[in-house]
Design a protein. Structure first.
Ligand code: ADP
Ligand code: MG
Length: 375
């Protein structure tokens, strides 16, 4: 009796061991997967959900076949992104966005070679939606899963295949968005070094917070840009923020604009309304010349004169003009991606995924989302 109980419990443990072993094999399937490069026909699905944009894109051998973004309007009424609402909206949007991205690319799920997703940095609740979806789909289809660093992807968007030239290594990247401001030395696709970054607010926040002070809706960056085009950039003076080396600081500028506006409005009610264009032009000029001064310093320090910009703020007409000028005056070679690859998008995730796919760099299903993520 005892012997048979022992025998059956050994048998049970053996069965459990086999199950665990098989499950572990499934969990670990991605690192042992070797893509068939002889086919040279690779479709990568990219998924981006780090903040408030749910995006999906398909890249075929480095060319973008589709690039969709569902922007979340719900945050406008709060004047900034509400993390919990962003996460819920991602859950609603992700299935239709991925479905449309595949449809526009004119392929089915079974044609996909790998799934790339944003691992971080970003809002945890938002990242989790994209990563859970990507993991499930990759597992279900039995194809590799590829984790992507959102900040690296902003830079690698420059390698999306199109008619224009790519930067050559090494080059400097200025990534300016609502969440980040960085100057990065890019030695190779995945060999990057942050030379300087913001110590507080990001460049996009400086635009958005100024807009809020002026009573403009969120996100105010594009509106400041629009009003600035008809304004005098030298009408009002704001001192450039101070931060050592190649680092940035923008929180002082926000306070300076706030005190300036409060004082002027108390002396002369209606001041904002009457001077909106000049205020926007002056603030934009301060931010742009600050960014350009730091870039100039980075060029002097490294001897590298190739500059590639990325992130939502690189849509700004002031920074684009300043870079054009630097091309003719200082002989810089500058790279500005098309607008749709500047703001948060999934094509940059898919191209980064494609570059990792070529190197056989895959993740397993135990990979975790990271709100903070270094290179
Ligand atoms: P995130 O900050 O979520 O990574 P993006 O890379 O899409 O998102 O950048 C969004 C930021 O870019 C916002 O702060 C927005 O105000 C700013 N932005 C977009 N267009 C412009 C523009 N033309 N001028 C200045 N800022 C802009
Ligand atoms: Mg971004």
């Amino acid at each position: 009796m005892i012997a048979s109980t022992v025998r059956s419990s050994i048998f049970l443990n053996f069965l459990i061991a086999i199950k665990v072993y098989n499950f572990a094999k499934v969990i670990q399937f991605t690192p042992i997967f070797m893509p068939d490069f002889s086919q040279n026909n690779h479709y990568i699905l990219g998924i981006e959900s780090s903040c408030d944009d749910t995006a999906a894109a398909v890249v075929h051998n480095g060319w973008v076949l589709s690039n969709l973004v569902a922007s979340q309007k719900i945050h406008q009424q709060y004047g900034g992104v509400v993390p919990e609402l962003a996460s819920r909206a991602h859950q609603q949007n992700i299935v239709p966005v991925v479905h449309q991205a595949l449809q526009q690319a004119n392929i089915g799920k079974k044609d996909l070679s790998a799934i790339a997703f944003t691992q971080g940095p970003g809002l945890m609740g938002s990242l989790l939606v994209g990563s859970s979806f990507a993991k499930s789909l990759a597992w279900g289809l039995g194809i590799p899963l590829i984790e992507v660093n959102h900040m690296q992807a902003h830079i690698l968007a420059h390698f999306i295949k199109n008619q224009s030239k790519n930067p050559q290594f090494p080059f400097l990247a200025l990534t300016i968005s609502g969440g980040h401001t960085q100057i990065v030395l890019v030695r190779d696709y995945f060999s990057m070094e942050i030379l300087g970054q913001t110590l507080d607010d990001a460049a996009g926040e400086a635009f958005d917070k100024t807009a809020k002070i002026l009573g403009l809706p969120y996100p105010g960056g594009p509106l400041i840009d629009q009003y600035a085009q008809q304004g005098d950039p030298y009408r009002f003076k704001f001192t450039q923020p101070k931060a050592g080396g190649l680092n940035f600081s923008f929180s002082g500028l926000k306070t300076a604009v706030l005190y300036f506006i409060q004082q002027k409005e108390s002396e002369q009610p209606g001041f904002i309304q009457e001077n909106l264009h000049d205020i926007c032009a002056s603030v934009q000029h301060t931010i742009v010349s600050y960014l350009m001064n730091k870039l100039q310093k980075a060029v002097q320090q490294t001897g590298i004169n190739q500059i590639a910009i990325g992130g939502g703020v690189s849509a700004n007409s002031g920074i684009r003009k300043a870079l054009q000028q630097a091309e003719s005056e200082w002989e810089w070679i500058t790279f500005v991606p098309p607008l749709e690859y500047c703001t948060d998008n999934a094509a940059m995730i898919a191209i980064t995924g494609y570059l990792k796919y070529q190197q056989g760099e895959f993740s397993d299903l135990t990979t975790v989302s990271k709100a903070r993520l270094e290179f």
